[in-house]
Design a protein around this ligand. Structure first.
Ligand code: TYM
Length: 329
């Protein structure tokens, strides 16, 4: 029996190379080894305000991008979180087993809520309970994610353990699967910060659908330092981040890359990096364009994905309800 992989991505903003290098390419690379479920988490997305039409368009866009990135429907199911209502129901139940203190420790919440203080939606605070529900509903073995999700995965394991100890074995304990390289791609305009969702036209992130000119401009204006040598040196975050991106797209080793740019300047390296990214993204972008022109096809993939996995989620939820003795059914 193959182990089960589950992972998710939010349909907000535009997918950027951080999502791709930290998560999506690993989903694709290991698909044949596992039984895979990939979820577009629209209920998570509404924990910050979303324009309805944009949410709908982004959900489709992400589905098409996942397929264009190589997610293979023979090996993987792709579906939308809100299509399976068990996610919301289990999230509520789990939130009753999560102490406030555990939630209060979540660093992503602290970062995301900094500016809003009292007006922060409660949904943003209990976001990790919904994420735990996503994972636990499918009796997941492995969760491939970037480093920023590690703490949420720990909370997921903690609540699963707690529930299992109250009611007996109910949930599989999921293991995070975090890549050694690329788990934390940094922002181009500030390499001390993680690359994250950003304005399309800012030089913060490269989006998977950026044009060649945008990619060139963003890479050429990426922040580095005043040194010259092109070396993998983690104490120089700007050049280190760019070298990591170069390595992930080319598959070359650290020493091969350092040798290639020996005696060359940052500008030359950046020019080559931009071309490597453009070339790597081109096939994905053209597959995307073909797919997004077929909106009905993309929608049918999502409907089929949900019907393929719904019974797994419903079975887990039924067990949970029975264990707690909810209702009189
Ligand atoms: P999201 O939509 O923010 O990101 C999707 C995936 O991309 C990874 N990632 C990065 N990896 C490396 N460097 C970066 N700069 C970078 N930025 C993002 C994320 O780690 C993630 O793997 N809460 C999740 C979505 C979610 C989920 C789940 C994930 C909901 N339910 C269940 C796994 C399992 C999120 O907001 O991801």
């Amino acid at each position: 029996m193959k182990k089960r992989v589950f992972s998710g991505i939010q349909p907000t903003g535009s997918i950027y190379i951080g999502n791709y290098l930290g998560a999506i390419r690993h989903w694709v690379a290991t698909q044949a080894e596992f039984e895979n479920i990939f979820c577009i988490v629209d209920l998570h997305a509404i924990s910050i305000p979303q324009e309805p039409e944009t949410l709908k368009a982004k959900t489709r866009e992400i589905a098409a991008l996942l397929l264009a990135s190589g997610v293979d429907l023979k090996q993987s199911a792709v579906f939308v979180q809100s299509h399976i209502s068990a996610h919301a129901e289990l999230a509520w139940i789990l939130s009753c087993f999560i102490p406030m203190g555990w939630m209060q420790r979540m660093t992503q919440f602290k970062e995301k809520s900094q500016k809003q203080k009292e007006s922060v939606p409660v949904g943003l605070f209990i976001y990790p309970a919904l994420m735990a529900a996503d994972i636990l509903l499918y009796q997941t073995d492995l969760v491939p994610v970037g480093e920023d999700q590690k703490q949420h995965l720990e909370l997921t394991r903690d609540v699963a353990r707690r529930f299992n100890s109250f009611y007996g074995q109910t949930f599989t304990l999921p293991e995070p699967s975090i890549p050694k390289l690329g788990a934390r791609i940094m922002a181009l305009n500030d390499p001390t910060k993680k690359m994250s969702k950003s304005e399309i036209r800012s030089a913060h992130a490269i989006h998977l659908l950026d044009s060649s000119d945008e990619i060139r401009w963003k890479i050429m204006s990426a922040v580095t330092d005043s040194r010259r040598e092109i070396r993998f040196d983690a104490s120089r975050p700007g050049i280190y981040n760019l070298l990591t991106i170069y390595q992930l797209f080319t598959g070359l080793s650290t020493s091969e890359i350092e040798a290639r740019f020996e005696g060359k300047g940052y500008a030359e390296f950046k020019r080559e990096l931009a071309e490597v990214i453009i070339e790597s993204l081109q096939p994905l972008q053209s597959r995307y364009r073909a797919l997004i022109a077929e909106a009905n096809y993309v929608d049918s993939v999502l409907a089929e994905g949900a019907s393929k996995v719904r019974s797994i989620a419903e079975k887990t939820l039924a067990t949970v309800r029975e264990k707690i003795e909810l209702g009189t059914r």
